[in-house]
Design a protein around this ligand. Sequence first.
Ligand code: N01
Length: 547
Amino acid sequence: MNSATTHDPESTPGGSPALDAIIIGAGLAGLYQLHCLRDRLGLSVQVLETGGGVGGTWYWNRYPGARCDSESHAYGFSFSEELMRDWDWTERFPEQKEILRYIDHFADRFDLRRSIRFNARVSAAHYNDATNRWEVRTASGESFNAKFLITAVGCLSAANVPTIAGLDSFQGQWYHTGQWPHEGVNFAGKRVGLIGTGSTGIQAAPVIAETAQHLSVFQRSPTYSVPARNAPWTAEFKRYVKENAAEIRRATHATPSGHPFANSERLALQTPPHERQAIYEAAWRKGGVEFRTAFGDIMLNKEANDTAAEFVRNKILQIVKDPVTAHKLTDIDHPYAGKRPPVDTDYYETFNRDNVSLVDVRAAPIEEITATGIRTRDGHYPLDIIVFATGYDALTGPLLRMDIRGRSGRLLADDWKDGPRSYLGLQMEGFPNLFTITGPGSPSVLTNMPVAIEQHSDWIADCIAHMRAQGLERIEPQAQAMGDWMLKVTEAASATLLSTATTSWYLGANVPGKPRVFMPYSGGMARYRKICADVATNGYEGFRFSS
Ligand code: N01
């Protein structure tokens, strides 16, 4: 598969290896970018990874019930039809272990591990104007430098553990789902408190409830979840995947979401109510995130969205037997899919179990964590284990937790104090030769992630190849291009109902003090792909090179 010979890094006078590129992170993004740069372009590349293995999100998120909300046959790399044909996914929505096996397989097949330094958390990355190189330091004090720096740090990797008084005094165990112990957690006979009812909490609750003595779900914001209808793939479907790898790739490149299904052109508001109901019923029976594509106007028109929201609320009311609990689960404050819509396996059914209760912490907020449990304004809940499914400092958090400085020591955190600013989510003015895979301002979390990752990694590799061919040393966006792009990001969000969900992490609303800016580009992956391709074709319009 390798089309070029890899250079072994030589040493610089300071002793650190003189690399062409450093990649931060060995999740899907870092691994594929490594393959592109090392094996296609022949660059010397070092990947620095905090964890002890490859996988990124799937290395850390080992919580009970962790599985992918994208369908497996489209969740993976599509650049190699051979790779697509060689790998057999066992079920529609693969669990964490299976995805990690896939990523391990990818790393082995392309011999990637030899270029990765594990247990190496990057603490700082400073651009040196005089040498045009990035000087990168790890938490353990190692130094590296390279001409290009590529962040592949994930969008949801900076865990958000809320500041709640008394956590230090808790005598039981507590865990954040994104930093789950590798050996697992035994819930048998334990009183468990689960804080958070986003995609993660909704996946975890039913599995924890199976063994816990009692599970209390602390819900601040209810949301709409649709059944995943997970099932093993049939032999026939597996054959279809192998015979149609190119077609699946084409489909994921053609849709706004990067999933292999497009939004319906039917409009909810132009469909007679009984027919609309039948379409929603069929979508509910099929399950998965595809539900939101049932009508083309669901994300564009509040009235249309209300029809989807009402349908899901009615389903919840039918499933949950206790009317008070059902009411709390359906008292939802945002449009359907205005916040990232979860899919679940028996989430609402879980509340019919005798050992599960819902605690409404919007009505009676958590006041403190005590030595023996959680105290809300209404009462005290004795607990042995607390699980924080409280999400992430999304998109900007993983970048800003590092000390990143560009030209003349300019601090990225200062540039982003009012919200992230980038050109295409790929680069920032003032930070030459720094590329951010699925950075804020790109479609990233609004898509099937591997599709966005491949597009960015390919674009970056093509750009670096172009620079080498032309003898160009430095690239960064023009300030005007960056400003224009940020306007497009805001306009795209305003054209949908996404910007109306005011408590969404897309807006940074889940982290106290974080600027409220809609961060991902919501104009659709297919459109974004074309914009990036046109930029390159037009001589990298909006970027400035120097030699
Ligand atoms: O996090 P979230 P997540 N007191 O931020 C609540 C991806 N993902 O880990 O909404 C009480 O969505 C918070 O309440 P509120 C996916 O993109 C992918 O679930 O802020 N509650 C909310 O209910 C997803 O969107 C897969 O009012 C507090 C919850 O915690 C993203 O990860 C699977 C609180 C956090 O929900 C993040 O999902 C799972 C507090 N102090 C996740 N602080 C795949 O399939 C927060 N909350 C690939």
